[in-house]
Design a protein. Sequence first.
Length: 299
Amino acid sequence: MNNVKKQFSIRDLENLSGIKAHTIRIWEKRYNLLSPERTDTNIRTYSLTSLQKLLNVTLLYNNGHKISKIAKIPDNDIPYVVREIVAKNSHKSQAINAFKLAMVNFDQTMFFNTYNALLGENSFREIFKETFIPLLNELGLLWQTDTISPAHEHFITSLIKQKILLNTEKLQHLNPTKKDKVFVAFLPENEIHEIGLLYINYEILLKGYKCIYLGPTIPMENLEDVMKYFDDIYFLSYFTVFPQKDHVNKYLEDFNKLVANYENPNLWLLGRQTQYINDETRPKFCRTFSSIDSLVSKL
């Protein structure tokens, strides 16, 4: 079971809020904004409540409220003021902070209010590229530095997945208009990071192609069944964590054997593990992409 992180360092607060540690200390002393506890070695630690308050304060501060006035708002009233701003303001940089705040608070309402405000002025594609991708990149760094817990990450990524699936469903009742390729989207065994693949599935359908979405952690031999039905398959996968560094080239070697009798094999790959592919041994049908945009441009 995931344990939600409940104690944060001042560096954690800086990473999440974007407010420098020096400024946080000034706000503490001058306005009594936060009340950190002290360890036996006199190191500041902050509760989840303090972090939530700081993120709320940051959002108000970034929207033009003076810190002196924010400090006078009763703690219980601050979240209501924040929600009013989120509902009215869809500025992208503020939206990222609002999504982070929703994550820390496990607040679905704030997530949906922020998303709906953005949707009033942007398409889903724009929201994903300009807001969700930077947010996910930032969350990756926060997770690696132990600033947020796995529970926080799973909460926010699940909500983003919902939005991708909702928009994908709108396209799935349409018959494909392009017949030269059939995409098969899958993640290798043990790979569970599927947001990127889910979004590419959406883009493929939007472009008018058929896409068979198999999902995460698919054993390679399961792909054999799909090849019996289609002659023009483009396998598509995302190597985020798996295969691991030392197994990437063995994976491609095994994939080469799998499609040995298939007339026109194609494999399109993304993800940070693709950097370990040996170009000298890479199968000719294997193509790597540095970003979602670079792949989508080739559809």
